[in-house]
Design a protein around this ligand. Structure first.
Ligand code: PXG
Length: 294
């Protein structure tokens, strides 16, 4: 695998980041998880925009333009002869002195990796999957806003550990007030009486790009979509539930904390939205061409 590191494409084994990089020492940096389908990078502009917004929120100046960064993403795929797959874009505070002040970090590190990712077992994409509610709560947005896709994912990792220990692939995080927030790397939707509900961004969640795309699809298909606060009661009594995310794509949840959701299958609304999503990712207008860079 060739990876992009600070201006060069190098072999994975040659890609060296300093142990003094504050991304490693303090989780000081931001990232994006992006996917390519059929020779195009899905929603690349939206991902680049979100990365710049997150960098701004942590007062980190990305050392290149949005267009240059987009070219890094398509270039990384092209150099690895990939027309589909997963792309990880990382911007760290860079190498500095020990001590958490970013003032000692002169140049941010920019990293781009292309790889495969399979988040959940394949059969679960047809049958749905079980989740549990984690005892770990989602970061309060007044402390570190979950809209910042930062290199500090410990909150989510703690929840994932709870899922692993419970023998399920994913965990749901609630806000500190007990409102349904999101899963460790996915946004959550429920279907109740034909309406599609998803938590609003202000509860403290990532403004997911897949979430936005799926809301758009659902509205175009004529569903009422509400960005609405709801509790575990609403989840347990929902007709359907599904998760969205770049890595996860879209997948039904058929059991939560041992309660069967609806009929315990990937439901009709979910299936319709998942099918439409699979078409959406292949539409030329939604993606940036990978191109023919060597
Ligand atoms: N919530 C959280 C906390 C996330 O990290 C999503 C929701 C979904 O957002 P998007 O924009 O992807 O629809 C995420 C996304 C990884 C990985 O490598 C994680 C994500 C995306 C891609 C890869 O674990 N999280």
């Amino acid at each position: 695998m060739k990876v992009y590191l600070n201006g060069n494409f190098v072999d994975e084994a040659e890609a060296k980041v300093s142990v003094f990089d504050h991304g490693l020492l303090y989780g000081d940096g931001v990232f994006e998880g992006i996917r390519a389908y059929g020779g195009r990078v899905f929603q690349l502009e939206a991902h680049i925009r979100r990365l710049f917004a997150a960098a701004k929120a942590i007062d980190l100046a990305v050392p290149m333009s949005k267009a240059e960064l987009a070219a890094v993403v398509t270039g990384t795929l092209a150099r690895n002869r990939l027309t589909s797959g997963y792309i990880r874009l990382v911007v760290t505070r860079g190498k500095g002195d020990l001590g958490l002040s970013p003032a000692t970090c002169k140049t941010p590190s920019v990293i781009c990796i292309a790889a495969d990712i399979t988040l959940y077992p394949k059969e679960m994409y047809e049958k749905g999957m079980p989740i549990v509610t984690a005892s770990a709560r989602r970061n309060n947005a007044t402390i570190v806003d979950p809209q910042i896709k930062s290199l500090n994912y410990l909150n989510n990792i703690l929840a994932k550990i709870e899922a692993n220990r419970a023998g399920v692939p994913e965990a749901l995080l609630l806000t500190d007030k007990g409102i349904v927030a999101e899963c460790t790397g996915d946004n959550i939707f429920i279907v109740t009486d034909g309406e599609v509900w998803t938590p609003p961004i202000h509860v403290g969640i990532l403004d997911g790009i897949t979430r936005r795309v799926v809301i758009g699809i659902a509205r175009r298909l004529g569903y009422t979509v509400r960005e609405k606060e709801f509790t575990l009661f609403n989840l347990y009594s929902a007709d359907e539930c599904f998760l969205t995310g770049t890595a996860a794509e879209a997948i039904a949840v058929t059991r939560a904390d041992g309660r069967v959701i609806g009929q315990g299958v990937s439901g009709p609304v979910t299936n319709r939205l998942l099918a439409a999503f699979r078409e959406e990712v292949l539409k030329p207008e939604n993606g940036m061409q990978i191109g023919l860079e060597k």
